[in-house]
Design a protein around this ligand. Structure first.
Ligand code: HEM
Length: 509
């Protein structure tokens, strides 16, 4: 009985929330124009049940076939516009980039102390611009990346060594994703703190790893409080509370690392060879003038935490999909290994300086990002003001999702779109992911595009090339290439549903 009354009250609350939200939307609509077309929403829940929450990117494709490449979807009372073609993406980024450069902030992303210091969740404006400048003029410049080459080399070498050790006899299957994650996580740790966080000697490192992993897990869950603002205070699934719990623990650990660094700076007792990101943050003044650092400890904490969350899962997921596609397409695997082994001519390693001599390896990375963009909708954008796009009215605060997964598989653009064919990225095509070719935008485009592309463009091919160069790979349990399960699972990134298990066999040359 109690449950029934509770259910009734909840249903009434949801209905009231929906009425209020849609009434104001409809009022605006009458005043100014037509929303993009879309499936008819049900009362209260909108189009949620038409989506199938497990694979919304696929459901959006089916709906877009009927309603078009600029489509309205109601997620509860949250008005969302889904962009599903390269032409629509081009118009969005070329003509409406500024007004659509806001961020829709989900409940799990809302910090207890506001979002100060967060680049990902900052609304487009002065604070965002300052944080973005930190990335483009300090973190990801060619000279900084060149100086830190040795750090990337070291983390990738360590991954290769761990793989050799774990599958020593050439018969033991490994979960490749774990090794990629370890590499990506330690890479961030070394870029920021000059530390291997995942090291048996670093207890705090593995605690940080645990809490950061939990934050990513909760941030990837569908949360009803996002769809029904009236439920925000109740936090019915506890997602906000749980996320904050882990964020706070992770922040405490970063705070300890920060204090340690400040002490060593005072005592000047450690001679580090390379200036790391923490040094940059502690000395950053924003405009190049002399003066005290402009960031407080809290902001530094947020920036660091964000680097880990933005950089680890995306990198891991891309590398796991690349390996999965190569094992699923043995001829392509042979071709890329032949390119790598011919280049080094019996030498030990792939070097970063040689990446531009490996067109097929680079094409494999691009083809992986085309079929498996880790963030299939980019990071949700938001209209900061109302605007007109394609003659439709886009109200202020509309969430904008760009379905780059669908755009990358659009048969109008791509021949045999579902086939893994890196050849399509070889010259004279030269389609690139720098945000100018709208048929292929796994990092986005325009102002909010991923700032770490220059780093990622070095790490992905070097990591993949290194494990393909010194090892051969065999699927676990005698599985045949054509029997592999290539299904996807939506979390914070779109990862492989069944982890890839394969046996590394040392290559004798
Ligand atoms: C395969 C690897 C990666 C992919 C596919 C990727 C993709 C993306 C995408 C799609 C966005 C959102 C673009 C938009 O909203 O329009 C983004 C934003 C961002 N990425 Fe990446 N990313 C990767 C790696 C990284 C790494 C390694 C870092 C940091 C070390 C990073 C830092 C960020 C940040 C800070 C933003 C927010 C930018 C803003 O809101 O202005 N990403 N990334």
């Amino acid at each position: 009985m109690e449950y029934e009354i509770g259910g009734l009250i909840l249903a009434l609350l949801l209905w009231a929330a929906w009425k209020i939200a849609t009434a104001s939307g409809q009022r605006q609509l009458k005043e100014v124009g037509r929303l993009p077309p879309g499936p008819t929403p049900w009362p209260v829940v909108g189009n949620i049940f038409q989506l199938g929450l497990g694979a919304p990117h696929e459901s959006f494709v089916k709906l877009a076939k009927k309603h078009g490449p600029v489509m309205t979807i109601w997620l509860g009372s949250m008005n969302t516009v889904v962009i599903s073609s390269n032409e629509a993406a081009r118009v969005m980024f070329k003509n409406h980039d500024v007004v659509l450069a806001g961020r829709k902030i989900y409940e799990a992303m809302k910090g207890d102390y506001g979002n100060e210091g967060s680049l990902i969740t900052a609304q487009y404006g002065q604070h965002w611009r300052m944080l973005r400048r930190l990335c483009t003029t300090e973190f990801f410049t060619t000279s900084r990346l060149d100086t830190m080459r040795v750090v990337r080399r070291q983390c990738i070498d360590q991954m290769v060594q761990f793989i050799h050790e774990s599958g020593e006899s050439g018969t033991t299957a490994i979960d490749i994703r774990r090794f990629f994650f370890l590499m990506a996580f330690n890479l961030m740790g070394n870029l920021i703190f000059s530390k291997d966080l995942l090291d048996p000697k670093s207890e705090r490192g593995s605690e940080f790893f645990f809490h950061a992993g939990k934050v990513m897990e909760f941030a990837g869950k569908a949360n009803v409080a996002d769809f029904f603002p009236i439920l925000r205070r109740l936090d019915p699934q506890g997602i906000r509370r749980k996320t904050q719990f882990h964020v706070n623990h992770a922040f405490d650990i970063v705070g300890e690392f920060l204090q340690e660094r400040l002490r060593t700076m005072e005592n000047d007792c450690i001679q580090k060879k390379i200036r790391d990101y923490l040094d940059v943050l502690l000395e950053y003044r924003g405009d190049g003038t002399e003066g005290p650092c402009i960031f407080g400890p809290r902001t530094i904490n947020v920036i660091i935490f964000e680097m880990f969350t933005a950089g680890t899962d995306t990198t891991t997921s891309t590398l796991e999909w690349a390996m999965a596609e190569l094992l699923h397409n043995p001829a392509t695997l042979q071709k890329v290994q032949a390119e790598l082994r011919t280049l080094t001519d019996g030498g030990e390693k792939i070097e970063e300086e040689n990446l531009n001599k490996l067109p097929y390896l680079n094409a494999v990375i691009k083809e992986t990002l085309r079929l498996h963009p880790p963030l299939p909708f980019l990071v949700p954008h938001m209209a900061m003001d109302s605007c007109k796009m394609f003659g439709y009215f886009i109200p202020e605060e509309t969430q904008i999702l760009v379905n780059v997964w669908a755009i990358g598989r659009d048969p109008k653009t791509w021949k045999d779109p579902l086939e893994f064919k890196p050849e399509r990225f070889l010259e004279p095509n030269m389609v690139d992911y720098k945000g100018q070719h709208f048929e292929f935008i796994p990092f986005g485009s325009g102002r909010r595009m991923c700032p770490a592309v220059p780093l990622v463009a070095r790490v992905l091919p070097l990591a993949l090339g290194s494990i393909l160069h010194s090892l051969d790979w065999v699927l676990a349990n005698g599985l045949k290439a054509e029997e592999m399960d290539m299904s996807e699972r939506m979390g914070i990134t779109l990862r492989k549903a069944i982890p890839l298990k394969a046996i590394p066999v040392p290559y004798k040359g």
